[in-house]
Design a binder for this molecule. Structure first.
Ligand SMILES: C[S@@+](CC[C@H](N)C(=O)[O-])C[C@H]1O[C@@H](n2cnc3c(N)ncnc32)[C@H](O)[C@@H]1O
Length: 261
């Protein structure tokens, strides 16, 4: 994450199509349009971090494990920070809600190392974008869930549907902070009181804060979501992330869609 984009309190998820959903879309577009150029400059710092090496290494192993040409989806691709980590990918679809982030992704970091032959960048919302089911061998999403983007059962099911049998999923999501009791109580209070406020008051508060709401996740909840989403084979882990740009805890998920292609 670049800059202070996130308001750190877990919020309830707006349902697709609602006024809150539309308002969140606008805030995402506005927030990322402001930071896109800086985010792209920060790619140079981030690619040398241990965090990037670990995530990129996982992506390289996952994509390389197919041993044949594959199609991949990068959900919330941003500036294309992970494009250079992919192996075997002949077609990559990068979906992002921000046209400025996508513009930056046309000239991604380490572009001379990119082996993907066809990169299609699509400005759309990952919750509502329409893509052909069963058309991807690999779906990944790094750094998107949490900052203005809730991980929902619907989106997990969508990833399941988009994958072909034998396809792999890899994503991370911000963990709900649990170490500091005061932070936890504050977060609980905000989470319970916030949805009770009238919509107009919430909008005013959000506009004043001009930051993105934070949607965090606990490990048991993530397990529940994955169990309900169709994936029977998945592994979850907790990872402390320390980079020059951001520090926090991510939950990570690697899953395989059952079946043979
Ligand atoms: C923190 S950046 C991560 C970008 C990239 N994956 C990376 O690791 O550098 C999050 C990205 O997700 C995008 N994003 C957030 N919510 C989205 C949504 N609902 N649909 C599509 N893109 C979204 C933002 O525009 C932003 O580019």
């Amino acid at each position: 994450m670049t800059g202070r984009l996130t308001e750190f309190a877990s919020h309830t998820e707006p349902s697709a199509g609602s006024a809150d959903f539309r308002a969140l879309e606008l805030r995402l577009v506005e927030s990322y349009s402001k930071v896109a150029k800086q985010y792209r400059r920060d790619d140079a710092l981030e690619v040398n971090s241990e965090n990037h090496r670990r995530l990129g290494g996982n992506l390289k192993r996952l994509s390389g494990s197919f041993g044949r040409d594959i199609q991949a989806l990068d959900a919330g691709c941003g500036t294309g920070r992970y494009f250079h980590c992919l192996k075997n990918v002949h077609k990559l679809v990068g979906v992002d809600i921000s046209s400025e982030m996508l513009q930056a992704a046309t000239d991604p970091i380490s572009k001379h190392e990119i082996s993907v032959s066809d990169i299609q960048l699509l400005q759309d919302n990952i919750y509502t974008v329409v893509l052909p089911n069963g058309s991807f061998d690999l779906v990944y999403s790094l750094g998107m869930f949490g900052h203005g983007a809730p991980l929902t059962l619907e989106v997990c099911r969508k990833f399941y549907d988009l994958l072909c049998p034998g396809g792999r999923l890899y994503f991370n999501v911000l963990e709900t902070p649990k170490s500091r009791p005061l932070a936890r109580t504050k977060e609980w209070l905000k989470k319970s009181a916030y949805p009770l406020l009238p919509q107009g008051v919430r909008r005013k508060l959000e506009a004043r804060a001009s930051v993105l709401p934070c949607f965090t996740m606990t490990l048991p909840r993530l397990e529940e979501l994955m169990n309900a989403s169709g994936f029977s084979d998945f592994a979850l882990s907790i990872n402390v992330c320390r980079t020059p740009l951001w520090q926090g805890i991510h939950l990570e998920c690697m899953a395989t869609k059952f079946g043979r292609r």
